[in-house]
Design a protein around this ligand. Structure first.
Ligand SMILES: [Zn+2]
Ligand SMILES: [Zn+2]
Length: 289
């Protein structure tokens, strides 16, 4: 008997009797990477992912359908997607505005997103991430609500979970909480780096974060809605920094390590070596053991 193991509760015990090899699997996050944050063309990025997957046994991955990441409009063939347990797709968002005042712009944006949702289903995705962006200003909860409901329904019809990301024009966690309560069919992709996007003013960006509780608060308040996590650091100026190079203390995430959800590394690795990426992944693994 391994004394380091925590004794499982009755539900887990029952599960283990039926699935004896899954003990470690169910005790951990499904760690994976955002393919769009790896270097080069999609093919090159996939090759790097495959090398890292052999080293670190990733069980999830997320594709990026944003056309500014891969120049040509990008929909991978089913045989050219990462071979993982859980595949997700980040939907395109740049230049789109599904809540625009202009009907033409709104319609075109929605059509692009519908198309991407179908592409996600075609390549075997089990969830999609929606990143909200608009030219309009102010609190637009009531404008976003029907759009989100529609996109979630379309994703659900194709067997995929629809995850709203706290980013860009829907970054405010109180606003997100309202939306998630109104629309129970929608899940949250908690982006830890973007939680800190509006934290730093011209002065505080130079200082460390003292006694910051926003990650703990977000995890506590939004826990029941979280279906996947994006993890990257923020250095006071920019998000998507490597995990070791920023001001966020990721320690609170450790409390969720028994969740069976994708934990997607979303640091910008497009300009670093595989060795540097490996160091960041090791750092992440130390954070959540
Ligand atoms: Zn995003
Ligand atoms: Zn993200």
């Amino acid at each position: 008997m391994d004394c380091n193991r925590v004794s499982p509760g009755p539900i887990l015990k029952d599960f283990l009797i039926r699935n004896p090899h899954q003990y470690y699997q169910i005790m951990t996050f499904k760690i994976g990477m955002q393919i769009g944050m790896l270097k080069g063309s999609y093919e090159q990025a996939l090759d790097q992912f495959n090398i890292l997957q052999q080293q670190f046994s990733f069980s999830s991955a997320e594709l990026q359908l944003e056309s500014s990441i891969y120049n040509a409009y990008f929909v991978p063939e089913k045989h050219r997607v990462p071979k993982v347990e859980i595949l997700g797709v980040h939907l395109p968002f740049m230049g789109l505005d599904p809540v625009s005042d202009e009907p033409h712009k709104r319609k075109n944006s929605l059509e692009t997103i519908y198309h991407s949702i179908r592409a996600a289903a075609d390549c075997g995705s089990t969830y999609v991430v929606f990143h909200a962006r608009t030219q309009r200003s102010g609190s637009l909860t009531s404008a976003w609500m029907p759009v989100l409901a529609d996109l979630a329904e379309k994703s659900g019809e194709l067997g995929m979970r629809f995850c709203l990301e706290n980013a860009d024009d829907l970054y405010d966690t109180a606003q997100i909480h309202t939306i998630l309560h109104e629309l129970p069919g929608i899940s949250l992709c908690l982006d830890i780096g973007h939680l800190y996007e509006h934290t730093f003013n011209p002065l505080t960006r130079y200082f460390p974060l003292f006694y910051d509780s926003r990650l703990t608060m977000a995890l506590e308040n939004l826990h029941d809605h979280i279906a996947c996590i994006h993890i990257h650091n923020h250095d006071g100026f920019y998000a998507h920094r490597m995990l070791k190079e920023g001001k966020i203390d990721f320690a609170p995430v450790n409390k969720l390590r028994s969740m069976e959800i994708p934990l997607i590394l979303e640091s910008d690795y497009r300009d670093v070596s595989l060795n540097t990426i490996s160091q960041d992944i090791r750092y992440l693994k130390e954070l959540i053991v």
